[in-house]
Design a protein around this ligand. Structure first.
Ligand code: ATP
Ligand code: MG
Length: 353
């Protein structure tokens, strides 16, 4: 069942159209990652769902009810921001309890819920501390705890991990995923981090310039990007884009001089190859049919390396190799494309295959 329906939502600030006909159906219990370049409208969309901002047009439905005119506190939504604000003069316990206390709920109920949430988040030992005596990750966990206290049906996370260091992010990422399994609340998670989006989300929503580009599972966006924008955005390093040329006399299609196998869509103008579809041939292969290029950079991750190459005409190619230390900057290599993994796009930028 769909819990949240964002129906034809637009938002303009003056003449600046920030969201353009955003239409999304989010299922009960789903974990959605909302991604897109800076300024594309992610936070604005979250604020509209939370009720902190009004849509210029369109509707927000929760549980089948239009909530455009429902106040934020009555929407059953909890939002965790990047710059979560804890009350500095209140202990962790009182920070957690704050909202319930303000509502005048019975003290025993508040105390019980506080302990439940603290246990869920591993904050039991910290309940008596003030925020200034907590690490960044602990503070983030308290902020999360405050959101959980109310048992909301919908969680909105706006880049909650971006202030944390790399190790802590990985840790919190796992914690949020586990928390989601326990609470099963519908969640929208805004992130700049592709690994977060790919690993945590049931589905990814990719927004660009206020327009939804594609909605799908991480695998769908990776394997079948709907257009050039998605193809370039998802995956790091990005796919290599190569022009496809047609030969009107032979009817053959070529890329970088290589004849492409038959069956390529006739309207194909660009071909995208992910690094794993470009293999560096061994010296013994002689490089037949491959593309000659010089290695200009290497990102060695130990278990695998990304090798960045440049052809004589300036074309840049990114390749993935297993292991490390096989090639070095300055080496001349031959890159073997695997056309069975190629993505083809037409003039409009839409996917063809
Ligand atoms: N209150 C406001 N008044 C005017 N313009 C605004 C307002 N809030 C946001 N904008 C503009 O709307 C656009 C989208 O902003 P938004 O914060 O939603 O982007 P974002 O995708 O969250 O970006 P980031 O990834 O940098 O957080 C931006 O161009 C921003 O300048
Ligand atoms: Mg934002």
């Amino acid at each position: 069942m769909s819990y949240l329906r964002i129906s034809h939502v637009t938002k303009s600030f003056g003449a600046n159209a920030v969201l353009k006909d955003v239409d999304l159906d989010i299922q009960d219990g789903e974990f959605i990652a909302l991604v897109g370049p800076s300024g594309c409208g992610k936070s604005t969309l979250m604020r509209i769902v939370a009720g902190l901002e009004a849509a210029t047009s369109g509707e927000i439905h929760m549980d089948g009810r239009i909530v455009n005119d429902v106040a934020p506190r009555d929407r059953d939504v909890a939002m965790v921001f990047q710059n979560y604000a804890l009350y500095p003069h209140l202990t962790v316990r009182d920070n957690l309890a704050f909202a319930m206390t303000m509502r005048g709920l019975p003290a025993a109920e508040i105390a019980k819920r506080t302990v439940e949430v603290a246990t869920m988040l591993g904050l039991e030992e910290l309940l008596g501390r003030l925020p200034k005596a907590l690490s960044g990750g602990q503070r983030q966990r308290v902020a999360m705890g405050r959101a959980i206290m109310r048992k909301p049906r919908l969680f909105l996370f706006d880049e909650p991990l971006s202030n944390l260091d790399a190790k802590l992010r990985v840790h919190m990422r796992l914690e949020i995923a586990q928390l989601h399994k326990k609470l099963k609340a519908t969640s929208i998670f805004v992130t700049h981090d592709q690994v977060e989006a790919m690993t945590m989300a049931d589905r990814i929503v990719l927004l660009n310039d206020g327009v939804v580009q594609q909605v799908g599972t991480p695998k769908e966006l990776y394997d079948r990007p709907a257009n050039l924008f998605v193809a370039n955005f998802i995956g790091s390093p990005s796919m290599t884009m190569i022009r496809v040329d047609g030969d009107s006399t032979t009817n053959q299609r070529r890329a970088l001089g290589t004849v492409l196998p038959p069956g390529i869509p006739a309207e194909a103008r660009q071909m995208g190859l992910r690094p794993e579809a470009l293999r560096i041939a061994d010296a013994g292969d002689g490089g037949d049919g491959g593309w000659r290029a010089d290695v200009v950079g290497i990102e060695d991750l130990g278990y695998q390396s990304f090798v960045f190459c440049e052809m004589a005409d300036g074309t840049r190619l990114s390749s993935l190799t297993h292991g490390s230390g096989h090639v070095h900057v300055g080496d001349s290599v031959s890159l073997q494309p695997d056309f069975s993994q190629a993505h083809f796009f037409g003039d409009t930028g839409l996917r063809l295959n």
